[in-house]
Design a protein around this ligand. Sequence first.
Ligand SMILES: CC(C)(COP(=O)(O)OP(=O)(O)OC[C@H]1O[C@@H](n2cnc3c(N)ncnc32)[C@H](O)[C@@H]1OP(=O)(O)O)[C@@H](O)C(=O)NCCC(=O)NCCS
Length: 241
Amino acid sequence: MRCGACRASWTPSLKVSGTPATSLSTAPLSPHSPPISFKPFFPASSRIFRNLGSKPWTPGYSACSTMATWRQMTSDDISQLMQVADTVHPGLPESDYVFAERARLFPKGCLILSKTNDNGEEQVYGYTISHPITKGQPPALDSLLGEIHEHANQYYIHDVAILKDVRSLGHAGRAVRMLLEVAEGLKFTTTCIVSVYGTGPFWQRFGFQQEPVDDFLREKLIDYGDDAVYMVRENGVEKRQ
Ligand SMILES: CC(C)(COP(=O)(O)OP(=O)(O)OC[C@H]1O[C@@H](n2cnc3c(N)ncnc32)[C@H](O)[C@@H]1OP(=O)(O)O)[C@@H](O)C(=O)NCCC(=O)NCCS
């Protein structure tokens, strides 16, 4: 099988819901296809997956090892994540233990964009941090959460960061859609973000709109820089019970 975008080839070794992989051969499976849900069915020696190690499987991990794809973050990723964060957000620094805590408290919302090079080493190109919060109360920059509040009633995307080399390939868009699926799956009626660097138009693509802020939130946004904008999206789901 050959990837339509990067021309890499691989041998299908997957089963999808009990269907032999050969029946997938007409599907345009590549890193540029929309994510599909499938369970891994491969030998431990598989070239495609041997570098996953103990990392948890998440839907959306592409079968093409030569392109960056999203998977769930683990504590092992924090040092490489910090290199991305320091490069992308030099003016908005956050500590490694802050990222590590969020990945531990809400792993579903913390993703890593990575690819494996020819030497079998995994390189990190981006990450997302997101989790539930109390409505309208995103955490201060570089602060520990302590816990995900039992009565959290809003989903919050804290950060999506992609290294310049792999931007405009749809990676962020795919991640945002995955995070919104998490939010909607948990029946959060809204998702909020603090947009920085003038990324409002990027977020508007997903239905986020600027919202007025009270004094409490205005104070918190100061740390995010002069251009920080609080935006909220209606998730279009029934209210959680
Ligand atoms: C914003 C960001 C995550 C987008 O990542 P990406 O993988 O390039 O995004 P996608 O490929 O899915 O979408 C790209 C589209 O988003 C839009 N976009 C990206 N950055 C934008 C920005 N700063 N302002 C407005 N639109 C932007 C562009 O229209 C672009 O479309 P194009 O491909 O036609 O040029 C990435 O540019 C980044 O990491 N920026 C620095 C960190 C950041 O600002 N994070 C968001 C914090 S709120």
